[in-house]
Design a protein around this ligand. Structure first.
Ligand code: PEP
Ligand code: MN
Length: 338
């Protein structure tokens, strides 16, 4: 249950009701927004206590989220939340483009130059790679983080990279990686979610390969419950019966997420389609459906890319995607991040 107090309710009266609920054994969380206190009650209340809450003159209304999540629920905030990755704000009404190679490789500098020249805002690149086959390139590891951060600083872009194991977190901190990506394969690695939440950096939480929206939001709730206040969701396609494309891009859930959660949402059409030629159209569709940003893979020479070469865009295509993102953002009453 989320309790919505009347605007201006004195903190002492909020605290009074909160203590009553907690004494009954139910945990509560107070929303960080000061103007209107919103109190999330984690556990089910007895019918007597429910009546006390509903009769309280300071309580304007109570709502029940569609799932058992609380902190990421739309009604737990007055306004949708925004996340700052370096100086780039996500969810604040300006559409953001995140781009870079699937894996950090020797051509990273050229890839970063491409992203910067095309007008991208965030530089992505995997240093630790979750590969289906153990014989596939596993990533440059810590050296990859160093190369990524250097390129980000050289071209003036905050960087995003996937963390696969809590033991890697000190290296992400040492290299000041601006945003930690939780990959699709780790969306329900709850030990990792807790550790990443406690690390204190913004998190890009990708949707699991076969995860329902409920499961995805529970994973986001794990991050929030363990201390992460900067969560970005990223739809990246789900596994369906369709095998003409790598995955199926599920844009249906974008307007649903707007109703269910206050978190900003990005879309990664690269891992959804798996085919470079489809990505410009899917990028436009993602922004039209309300995405706060897109994340795409690029490479200066896909023939030598160490992973996901088939979905890598060239520099001209990326520039077109950014130009079209500007138009789509304007059409949907927003703008492109500067
Ligand atoms: C990636 O971003 O390169 C990646 C592996 O993504 P996903 O976890 O969505 O498959
Ligand atoms: Mn990839």
């Amino acid at each position: 249950m989320i309790i919505r107090f009347r605007p201006g309710t004195p903190p002492a009266r909020v605290q009074e009701l909160r203590e009553k609920i907690e004494t009954s054994g139910s945990r509560t969380v107070l929303s960080p927004e000061p103007a209107r206190p919103l109190l999330a009650v984690v556990d089910k209340l007895s019918s007597e206590l429910r009546e006390v809450v509903e009769a309280c003159p300071d309580v304007e209304s109570t709502v029940q989220p569609p799932g058992a999540w609380r902190m990421v629920d739309r009604r737990f905030r007055e306004n949708p939340s925004t996340v700052k990755v370096g100086d780039v704000e996500i969810g604040g009404g300006k559409v953001v483009v995140c781009a870079g190679p699937c894996s950090v490789d020797p051509l990273l500098d050229e890839a970063a130059a491409m992203v910067s020249q095309a007008g991208g805002h965030l530089l992505r690149g995997g240093a630790f790679k979750p590969r289906t086959s153990p014989w596939s390139f596993q990533g440059f590891g810590v050296e990859g983080l160093r190369l990524l951060k250097d390129a980000g600083q050289k071209y003036g872009m905050p960087v995003v990279s996937e963390v696969m194991d809590a033991a890697q977190l000190p290296a992400f901190k040492d290299h000041d990686i601006d945003c930690l990506q939780i990959g699709a394969r780790n969306m329900q690695n709850f030990t990792l979610l807790k550790a990443v939440a406690e690390a204190g950096a913004p998190v890009l939480l990708k949707r699991g390969l076969s995860a329902t929206v409920h499961e995805w939001l529970y994973s986001a709730e794990y991050l929030a419950a363990f201390g992460c206040s900067d969560i970005i969701l990223c739809e990246r396609g789900i596994r369906t019966f369709e095998n003409a494309t790598r995955n199926t891009l599920d844009l249906t859930i974008l307007p649903l997420l707007r109703e269910w959660t206050h978190l900003p949402v990005m879309v990664d059409p690269s891992h959804a389609a798996g085919i470079a030629s489809l990505i410009p159209t899917l990028s436009r569709a993602s922004i039209a459906a309300g995405a706060d940003g897109i994340a795409v893979e690029v490479h200066p020479d896909p023939s030598v890319a160490r992973s996901d070469a088939e979905q890598a865009l060239g520099s001209g295509e990326l520039a077109t995607i950014v130009a079209e993102a500007r138009i789509q953002a304007a059409v949907t009453g927003r703008g492109l991040h500067t």
